[in-house]
Design a protein around this ligand. Structure first.
Ligand code: NCD
Length: 309
């Protein structure tokens, strides 16, 4: 039996290195399969999604992943059009959805929301973003992209830049990177440094530096992971205004990077990567977004099927 069968995916901390590697292997298998074979994997199965926050890539990649493996998906993408608007609780919404589907995907504004919902759901639940806490499937996609594009993860120098305080993708990525032998450089304005309460226990397992200066590292890094300043998480708009536009990766910046380095971004980007970078060879964020369809298809295949495929 495969280890993921019927399992919730709440935090990437719950996954071992072997677990991660087996998701990458399954992803490669799905990429290589022909379409008729893929469509058998989740035939007759349904995925339910509940999105309490806006999403483009995460929701659509889950839906396209489910279609790819022959299943269906439906759900709530806009709380205004559901009974949540009438005051229905998260618990009741999850209970109802789990009765209609074989697996659930939840995005919610609150930290802890996915763990709570997983206790209520009778079906496996996947965290698609819980407050500022985590976004595990994004990190799986990020790690897969690094491995696919650079053929390895061990030994790399990884610069992570932007809003490290509120960006949930950062936390999942750092927890995932603990499994590899990498050097991480965290680059942010002082007020957007990583939250020490969420990272105190990874210090032993992950070597990282913290700095405000991107210039210091730009010529040396293999992966530049750029993030958006998370405007919606700031308690005070004035604080956001002070830090927005702190780092803008333009053509001039990328010119300083190694030729075989790559730039990733979970997207959406606002202004932190100029569009003139898109055609440069280091830009891999659109490729990264596309890989998200395949990593999610692999994860769903493993969760929905007892046997390895
Ligand atoms: C991220 C998120 O929702 O945390 N988006 C995504 O899923 N790709 C990043 C962001 O919103 O900045």
């Amino acid at each position: 039996m495969n280890e993921f069968f019927n399992k919730d995916i709440i935090s990437i901390r719950d996954l071992t290195k072997e677990n991660l590697e087996s998701i990458y292997d399954s992803t490669n298998k799905i990429i290589d399969m022909d379409s008729s074979e893929r469509r058998e994997i989740a035939r007759g199965k349904a995925l339910g999604y509940l999105f309490f926050e806006p999403s483009t890539r995460t929701r659509l990649s889950f839906q396209s992943a489910m279609a790819l493996i022959g299943g269906t998906s439906f759900g709530i993408a806009d709380v205004q059009s559901s009974s949540i608007q009438k005051g229905e609780s998260l618990a009741d919404t999850v209970k109802i959805m789990s009765g209609y589907t074989d697996a659930l995907v939840l995005r919610h504004t609150l930290d802890g929301s996915s763990r709570f919902a997983a206790e209520i759901s009778e079906k496996p639940l996947i965290n698609a973003g819980s407050g500022t806490e985590e976004h595990p499937t994004q990190a799986i996609q990020d790690l897969f992209t690094i491995k696919k594009e650079l053929k390895k993860i061990d030994g790399l120098k990884i610069g992570i830049v932007g809003d490290l305080k509120y960006g949930r993708t950062i936390y999942s990525l750092l927890y995932g990177l603990r499994n590899y032998d990498v050097n991480v450089h965290l680059i942010s304005p002082e007020s957007l440094k990583i939250r020490t309460d969420s990272t105190y226990d990874i210090k032993k397992e992950l070597s990282y530096t913290e700095s405000e200066s991107l210039d210091e590292y730009i010529e040396d890094i293999d992966v530049l992971y750029v993030t958006r300043v998370q405007k919606e998480r700031f308690p005070d708009e004035e604080e956001y205004v002070k830090v927005k536009g702190s780092y803008v990766i333009g053509h001039d910046v990328v010119k300083k990077m190694k030729e075989d380095s790559i730039i990733l971004h979970p997207l959406p980007r606002i202004d932190e990567i100029s569009t003139d970078v898109d055609s440069m060879q280091q830009a891999r964020y659109f490729q990264q977004a596309e890989y998200g369809k395949f990593t999610r298809a692999a994860l769903l295949s493993l969760i929905l099927n007892k046997d390895e495929f």
